[in-house]
Design a binder for this molecule. Structure first.
Ligand code: ZN
Length: 268
């Protein structure tokens, strides 16, 4: 494993480490695994930061459980409407946009697999293969699992109880489409993510600490089958040990520089 610092003479335009550029330029099938660090530079509040104002008296972990939903769905629904509003108020950053530009290069296929529950990749123009922890912007019935396609209204920020909409197909009610504490990851996105890691000729891991299982195992699956793994993260992580190269930079700084360099190398 090699490590490169992100700094260069121009902090806004870092030098792409040679081994990273070589692997990225050669890759026709790229799988990108993204985590909280990808969205942080857009200003998406972390799970715990989402506990301010009206919600500061509540414990995030206590609200994000099936038990909380069963006990008080109106409280949990109001909290999620508020979190949806926080996400709607921010925009994709240059890192999200760079991944969409990369996917538009001729002969390149980019699969995005994210642990994030926001929709910033989609709004930047990427199609997301898998939201491993679900999505704040996708809702479903808590009984028959039917997706809820209708627009969710913006919340009244002073309301701490909002009745969730009823399901149109059964007597259930509409719940957030995220994975709660104590719930298993949905099987299909995880299988698709695993396949995408095995089929890739480069796995790029961006802004994830590698601590949350089982998603944290995906870079290891790739490395064990001989697929090169490159990490983009300002900090050393559990993934650094198995990555072929770790580039110490952030998503919004490193990815635009990398995609510009790949574009220049592939297209000239
Ligand atoms: Zn239903």
């Amino acid at each position: 494993m090699t490590t490169s610092a992100g700094a260069s003479g121009d902090p806004g335009r870092p030098d792409v480490p040679t081994p990273v550029l070589r692997l990225a330029t050669a890759a026709n099938r790229l799988t990108v695994l993204t985590g909280a660090g990808m969205s942080a530079e857009s200003g998406v509040p972390t799970f715990r930061d989402a506990h301010t104002g009206l919600w500061s008296q509540f414990d995030a972990i206590a609200l994000a459980t099936p038990q909380a939903w069963q006990a008080d769905p109106e409280l949990v629904w109001a909290w999620y409407l508020w979190r949806v509003a926080l996400v709607r108020a921010v925009t994709p950053n240059q890192g999200h946009r760079a991944l969409a530009r990369w996917a538009a290069l001729p002969g390149v296929e980019v699969q995005v697999v994210t642990q994030n529950v926001d929709d910033l990749h989609e709004r930047a123009g990427s199609s997301v293969l898998a939201h491993l922890h679900g999505s704040l912007l996708q809702f479903r019935c808590d009984r028959c699992q039917a997706p809820h396609e209708e627009q969710i209204p913006s919340p009244d920020p002073t309301q701490q109880r909002v009745p969730p909409p009823p399901c149109r197909s059964c007597s259930g009610q509409i719940r957030p489409g995220v994975v709660w504490f104590g719930e298993s990851l949905p099987v299909e996105p995880f299988q698709a993510a695993t396949q995408a890691c095995l089929a890739a000729d480069l796995v790029l891991v961006v802004g994830t600490s590698g601590l949350v299982q089982p998603a944290a195992g995906l870079p290891g699956v790739a490395a064990a089958s001989g697929v090169p793994v490159v990490e983009i993260n300002p900090d050393s992580t559990e993934i650094s040990r198995l990555a072929d190269h770790s580039w110490r930079t952030t998503a919004a700084t490193g990815l635009p520089a990398l995609v510009d360099a790949v574009t220049a190398a592939r297209i000239g």
